[in-house]
Design a protein around this ligand. Structure first.
Ligand code: COA
Length: 328
């Protein structure tokens, strides 16, 4: 059983930070950021909570899908920057959009979140007491956990949200979800609690570098290496299950972290870069919102057409990775 993406929507905040704006915080410049990452500018959520961005994207997706909020049976939100530890962002959005018949929960698989979320939606839709429609919302205010003193990290990220309304269908679908928890300490942000005194003296906790409370830490080179392997692997493991190869794919929609990562993955797959949708130049890395933002932009620009085969491939903290092959 597959899924049909009935409609998508997205929302990005108005405030834009271009590369040179970072000179105010750190020693950097436009040329370095462009050539090392491909990023030119990104959006910043000022007053806007992550749930608000998610709600706005969700309402746009519902309108495109022609589905009323009360017809949604389940809302899955993916985020690494929830405004509340509890309640879930999904519950807040459920109330805000009036989806009174929906169950709601959040899912954290970091930047692989949308791939995990969409695959989870499909599994609910395949169940005996399946909801008619599932709403998947990915919303991230990464600026809230970026350390604007850390030039290697803060220049990479941006804020935004995207959402999809899905229903069950007999279109092709295949997925692979993976995780390598041994990579936890190369990309992490601690809970808001200072919690030094409640950390366990354990092999797990002792291995983490020190970082200001709740700020994002990354070992860029290790993450880079992981990512260039994870993207092709996620594709091959998902596509291989249904005997598909890169030649069967119309569009690759990868996680938007660094254009060099995507170029290396494309080379490993033997796929042309023209088949990859790229939005990181104007949105940066929006964590779990990056794949659905790119997919929705591809749809809105008329690049992604009904009947085409898509490969959504992601990686992120965890370290997680995953791929979905589906027909749009
Ligand atoms: N501006 C200017 N110089 C910078 C800089 C910045 N924003 N950030 C780092 N530098 C410097 C470094 O200090 C280093 O200087 P040195 O040679 O004097 O020590 C030099 O640039 C090269 O740094 P390096 O770390 O080797 O650069 P890189 O080519 O590996 O690029 C990343 C760094 C972070 C862009 C890259 O490793 C990356 O994209 N990693 C993956 C990160 C990621 O995807 N994270 C999210 C996953 S979901």
């Amino acid at each position: 059983m597959g899924i049909n993406i009935l409609g998508m929507g997205s929302y990005v905040p108005e405030q834009t930070l271009c590369n040179d704006d970072f000179k105010k915080f750190v020693d950097t410049n436009d040329e370095w950021i462009r050539t090392r990452t491909g990023i030119v500018e990104r959006r910043m959520a000022g007053w806007e909570p992550a749930w608000y961005m998610g709600k706005t994207a969700a309402l746009a997706a519902l309108e495109k899908a022609g589905v009323k909020p009360e017809e949604i049976g389940l809302i899955i939100c993916t985020t690494v920057t929830p405004d509340f530890l509890t309640p879930s962002m999904a519950s807040i959005i459920q109330y805000e959009i009036g989806a009174e018949n929906a169950a709601a929960f959040d899912l954290n698989a970091a930047c692989s979140g949308f791939v995990y979320g969409l695959d989870t939606a499909r599994r609910f839709l395949a169940s005996d007491d399946s909801p008619k429609y599932v709403l998947v919302v990915s919303s991230e205010a990464t600026s809230r956990f970026c350390d604007f003193k850390d030039r290697q990290t803060c220049i990479l990220f941006g804020d935004g949200a995207a959402a999809a309304v899905v229903e069950k269908s007999d279109k092709i679908f295949s997925s692979f979800l993976g995780s390598d928890g041994s990579g936890a300490r190369v990309l992490f942000a601690r809970n808001l609690s200072p919690a030094k005194e409640i950390r366990l003296k354990s092999e797990f906790d002792d291995g983490f570098p020190e970082k200001d409370v709740h700020m994002l830490y990354q070992d860029g080179k290790t993450v880079y290496k992981f990512a260039t392997q994870a993207l092709p692997k996620a594709f091959e493991l998902a596509a291989g299950k249904i005997g598909m190869t890169k030649d069967d794919i119309d569009w690759f929609i990868p996680h938007q972290a660094n254009v060099r990562i995507i170029e290396t993955a494309a080379k490993k797959l033997g796929a042309h870069m023209d088949k990859f949708i790229i939005t990181l130049d104007h949105f940066g890395n929006t964590s779990s919102a990056s794949i659905p933002l790119a997919l929705n932009e591809g749809i809105e620009k008329g690049l992604v057409q009904r009947g085409q085969k898509l490969a959504l491939i992601g990686f992120g903290a965890g370290l997680t990775y995953g791929g979905i092959i589906l027909e749009y």
